[in-house]
Design a protein around this ligand. Structure first.
Ligand SMILES: *Cc1c(COP(=O)(O)O)cnc(C)c1O
Length: 384
């Protein structure tokens, strides 16, 4: 199915709603039935029927069809946040006594879920350096039920060989989950590479305008059926119809936004690589990245976020650099219209900052003109 069809047509039954081009926002909690018999029949099929918006809602439904197709998955569920989707995905495959292998430095709240929350329920996690495939083989035990990946991760941009890990996991009967937020469904298709469940923070590129928080979980119908009647309905981290409607609006321009952000990023990376005040640029599509070849092999296109190491270990210089930027907003998150700077290494109290050098600064490139952003970086670097 071509991307244009998915984005512009799939799931939209316009005759059902006055031939309106924009999909309807069905902002309702429940749905009424003409007869008890019809109600009874619907209750028997909560995943398909419209009964109550914690289960299924027509606006959310249109969105989930599009996101499943974009990921090349049979089905998708949409959540109130990325971590809502991640939590449901992880919990769905685990019971007390099980073991998880997770790449080191995953998204901070994923780390917290595995190593603080689930450890209270006798689930043990081994964190490994996922850049070396041998570490997966070494870490797996008799009771390993899940391998959790994030390729690349969103602070230091290490990759895993997705196809190889997926194949190994399958041979051992271990489920695999990947956080594909950095790539979006456009730049990487993990299901094609053999991964069981793909999760996204849709608060980033998929939302794209810094005005919604949401998550996505894509998988086979079999796995989604099970998650729907268990984690999805019981933990209840569902998206509101309004946020689903906003995201439908957003994905109309997903390709344009990601392409612009990535094209500008290539220019900025090129500029920063040769700057005397920069020690290193960490970006998967930079030739100096130790996994550049793997990035080219398993990623379909570039996206727009990277980190830099400033040539200083003075935290006040790092802060001064960020404070002097005029176009880059100082903020967490990413994927919106606006460029951002996050001096993550300078946040000693932040769990994200553990073991990260103080001069590590993450940059997300938005939709401003690259020339303007380069000038902004230049004046901020000149000033330190
Ligand atoms: C932001 C983010 C998350 C969490 O998503 P929320 O929508 O904030 O819950 C998970 N993974 C990655 C890579 C992220 O950047």
């Amino acid at each position: 199915m071509d991307i244009s069809y998915i984005i512009n047509q799939l799931g939209e039954e316009r005759e059902e709603y006055y031939n309106s081009v924009a999909p309807p926002l069905i902002q309702t909690s429940n749905f009424a039935f003409k007869t008890v018999a019809k109600f009874r029949q619907a209750i028997g099929d909560e995943k398909e029927a419209y009964i109550y918006t914690r289960g299924n809602n027509p606006t959310v439904d249109i969105l989930s069809k599009k996101l499943a197709a974009l990921e090349g998955a049979e089905e998708a569920l949409i959540f109130a946040s990325g971590i809502g989707a991640i939590s449901s995905a992880i919990i769905s495959g685990l019971s007390a006594g099980d073991h998880v292998v997770c790449i080191e430095k995953p998204y901070s709240w994923t780390n917290k879920l595995l190593n603080t929350l689930l450890s209270r329920f006798q689930i043990e996690t081994t964190m490994i350096d996922g850049t070396d495939f041998n570490n997966f083989e070494t870490a797996v035990k008799e009771n390993t039920k899940l391998i959790y990946l994030e390729s690349p991760n969103s602070l230091t941009f290490e990759l895993q060989d997705i196809e190889r890990v997926a194949k190994f996991a399958k041979s051992k009967g271990i489920r695999t989950i990947i956080d594909n937020s950095y790539c979006t469904p456009l730049a990487q298709s993990p299901i094609e590479l053999g991964i069981d469940i793909v999760v996204h923070s849709a608060s980033k590129y998929l939302g794209g305008h810094s005005d919604l928080v949401a998550g996505v979980l894509c998988s086979s119908k079999k796995i989604i059926d099970k998650i729907f009647y268990n984690e999805y309905m019981t933990l209840g981290a569902i998206i509101s119809p309004f946020n689903a409607w906003l995201m439908l609006r957003s994905i109309r321009t997903l390709q344009l936004r990601v392409e612009k952000s990535a094209a500008s990023t290539l220019e900025l990376v090129k500029y920063l690589k040769t700057h005397e005040k920069i020690e290193k640029v960490i970006y998967p599509f930079s030739e100096e990245h130790p996994q550049f070849d793997l990035a080219k092999k398993q990623m379909k296109q570039e996206t727009g976020m990277f980190s830099i190491l400033l040539k200083t270990d003075d935290i006040s210089k790092v802060e001064q650099f960020c404070d002097q930027l005029k176009y880059f907003l100082i903020a967490c998150s990413w994927g919106g219209h606006e460029s951002l700077v996050f001096p993550v290494g300078a946040f000693e109290s932040n769990p994200d900052a553990e073991n990260l050098p103080v001069n590590l600064v993450r940059l997300y490139i938005g939709l401003e003109e690259p020339k303007v952003l380069i000038d902004d970086l230049k004046q901020a670097l000149d000033g330190i």
